[in-house]
Design a protein around this ligand. Structure first.
Ligand SMILES: C[S@@+](CC[C@H](N)C(=O)[O-])C[C@H]1O[C@@H](n2cnc3c(N)ncnc32)[C@H](O)[C@@H]1O
Length: 295
């Protein structure tokens, strides 16, 4: 199974530099949408923390933490005697995570700019690790999981959250296919490394966890409907914060990009309900344990 980057972007370092730049640009908008993101993901985030074994006093590693919505949930769960290290590739988004933790009064949170594939934390220094909607963006997710394995103490737990299959995440599929069509690019393999849905292929993420040395690997699929007042609220979120789509449309002139956004809106209208707008999503929560006898 190929776990390294296999896409038109030339090489892993270029891919990561582009990913960092995209998230630096999208950072403040992602943070500004925290209330919507929290409402969308809070149940699955609570489940992720439970499945990773986050408890009072735990030392927890948060990988690809973004502006820290789940970091604050973890900080609350570990309490003042615990510790959370929130790490992310993008310096701009890490700065927002630090501000948010400070504003919430969580002295137990530290932040660090770090590539999830090369965390640079001491061996066996954490009780638990979480990674919410980040691992699928890694060009080499196996390397990322080996880093988490290295960071955990023997017996420590981990839980990651990624998107599942394309047909269970139709809004993402519509956004991506429409953006590519308008940019004159061929359809992409949704499971190619580093993409939004790259870890959604059934069985793939479990196999990566096992290859990284984890035991008791189990994946749970959870529905996470994104409920917003209207399709325009969803598009406002995507237009400011969805960096993979913005990267594709960034190559077009303004009129061509507007045409793409118009077609996306038409197609996404299909999810309008009496209550507002409800975009279906399916998430995979994968929990596992570093074996007690591991080093
Ligand atoms: C969809 S956001 C999720 C942020 C946050 N976990 C949340 O759920 O709100 C994806 C995050 O992954 C980060 N990311 C992408 N590639 C990464 C890598 N190789 N190492 C660390 N973080 C990475 C991005 O900078 C971005 O903050």
């Amino acid at each position: 199974m190929n776990s390294s980057i296999d896409n038109p972007i030339n090489g892993t370092q270029t891919f990561k530099a582009s990913m960092r730049a995209q998230w630096d640009i999208a950072a403040s908008a992602w943070d500004a949408h925290t209330a919507d993101i929290h409402a969308w993901l809070h149940k699955s985030t609570d489940a992720m923390c439970r499945m990773a074994g986050v408890t009072k006093g735990s030392r927890v590693l948060d990988v690809a933490a973004g502006s820290g919505d789940q970091t604050l949930v973890v900080a609350q769960a570990v309490g003042a005697q615990g510790y959370v290290l929130a790490t992310d590739l993008s310096p701009a988004i890490v700065a927002l995570a630090r501000d948010n933790a400070t504003r919430a009064g969580f002295a137990q949170v530290e932040t660090r700019v770090a590539d999830g594939e090369d965390l640079g934390v001491p061996v066996a220094s954490f009780d638990a690790a979480v990674c919410r909607l980040g691992l699928m963006f890694f060009p080499d997710p196996l390397r990322g999981l080996r880093e988490i394995h290295r960071a955990l103490r023997p017996g420590g737990g981990v839980c990651t959250m990624v998107f599942s299959r394309p047909e269970k995440n139709p809004c993402l599929t519509i956004l991506m296919s429409t953006a590519l069509k308008h940019a004159g690019q061929p359809a992409r393999d949704p499971f190619a490394a580093g993409g939004l849905l790259s870890l959604g292929q059934p069985g793939r993420i479990d196999a990566l966890f096992r290859s990284a040395g984890f035991h008791d690997v189990a994946t749970t699929a959870l529905d996470a409907v994104f409920r917003l007042p209207s399709v325009d609220h969803y598009l406002a979120f995507v237009r400011s914060s969805a960096s993979p789509i913005l990267q594709i449309l960034g190559q077009l002139d303004a009129a061509a990009a507007e045409a793409a956004w118009r077609e996306m809106r038409e197609r996404l209208m299909a999810f309008t309900t009496h209550e507002g707008w409800e975009g279906p999503n399916e998430l995979l929560l994968t929990a596992a344990r570093k074996p007690k006898e591991a080093t």
